[in-house]
Design a protein. Structure first.
Length: 348
């Protein structure tokens, strides 16, 4: 038996009230079965905070439920769903009244989430552009046109107005925004360039991971070797689709995972075992704490400025650059040549 909170009152909601009609498992599990919108972890935190009472006494997660127990659960007040503006420094490579291009550092989460309510790119953008950004894109988009993983660095496109967001998301869907990446991968490629065209979807046995699945969504990644040695290769990659973890999963699927990838790559121990002896101490000394994947180029037509084709580049950040320079000494010239070579106008 449950008494729902009074959602019309401005006072704190009344506690949820349950009366157990039979013996049950430990209390946190019993509550999780009856509150599908609240995770077991949240319930355990509320129990530890004294928000749950059984027969008038503060309860603990491990206690069992007995017939006739009266359980009162004082839910915490709802948090404000709107993220707060936070003065987090940003590197802006292009900006006008319609849009901006941010050079995101590795480690910065893009959107607020239960585990990251603050300290995100969205919080930083709200501090820079103000409350109007709240409405751009709808459905808690905050102007973000496409996403980068937390530990992937590089260029990210932001719309500052609703019309710009609509135009830019349509351009990406129609593959009129060229997105190119640099990745340091394990192994050696036999061909100088290639295409990975394999459908992707969440894995059935581990829903947190993406895999190559026959009935998944179409996904295509072009790759080209910029320079390689015996154990590592620096690749330039182009996304034709933008599936979750696409580059990381596609490279794993051809046996060339991104160095440092904690989800789809090899462990540090296995990597060092597989590397040729001259590279072992170099990679061991500079082992990255994230996947060495960097969004290095965006090319697109400005949606509101006539005859304005934007081509914005970002060199690899220091952590990636240090390892590349130590492992592939001639890579710097290859990177500079690639960054300064403009794609042809019809290549967007």
């Amino acid at each position: 038996m449950t008494s729902p909170p009074d959602s019309t009152s401005s006072a704190p909601p009344a506690p949820l009230r349950f009366v157990a009609d039979e013996a049950g498992p430990r209390l946190d599990r019993w509550l999780a079965q009856r509150l599908p919108d609240r995770s077991r972890n949240q319930i355990q935190q509320d129990l530890a905070a004294g928000r749950v009472h059984v027969n008038g006494a503060a309860a603990v997660a491990r206690q069992s439920v007995a017939p006739g127990d009266v359980i009162l659960y004082a839910l915490p007040p709802p948090s404000d769903p709107r993220p707060a503006a936070e003065p987090i420094p940003l590197t802006i490579l292009y900006e006008d009244p319609h849009l901006a291009v941010v050079d995101k550092p590795a480690g910065l989460v893009v959107h607020p989430a239960p585990g990251h309510p603050g300290g995100t790119l969205v919080n930083a953008l709200l501090a820079r552009y103000g409350p109007p950004l709240q409405a751009v894109g709808g459905d808690a988009r905050w102007g973000i046109v496409h996403r980068l993983d937390k530990d992937t660095s590089g260029l990210l496109l932001v719309a500052r107005t609703a019309p710009a967001w609509a135009a830019l998301t349509a351009a990406i869907a129609q593959r009129r925004v060229r997105r190119e990446y640099l990745a340091l991968v394990l192994g050696r490629l036999r061909d100088p360039a290639g295409v990975i065209d394999r459908p992707l979807a969440r894995r059935e046995r581990d829903r947190k991971k993406i895999g190559v699945v026959p009935d998944g969504r179409p996904a295509r990644t072009d790759w080209r070797v910029l320079i390689q040695g015996d154990g590592l290769a620096l690749l330039a990659l182009r996304l034709h689709t933008g599936r979750t973890h696409q580059i990381r999963v596609h490279l794993q699927s051809i046996g060339r995972p991104v160095l440092g990838d904690p989800v789809y790559g090899h462990t540090r121990r296995r990597t060092l075992m597989d590397l040729p002896p001259p590279l072992k101490p170099v990679v061991a000394r500079l082992w990255p704490d994230r996947q060495l994947l960097h969004a290095a180029r965006l090319v697109f037509e400005h949606p509101f400025l006539a005859d304005c084709r934007l081509s914005i580049t970002s060199p690899p950040p220091p952590d990636m650059r240090r390892l590349i320079a130590a492992a592939l000494p001639e890579a710097e010239a290859a990177i500079q040549a690639w960054l300064t070579t403009e794609p042809p106008p019809d290549a967007v």
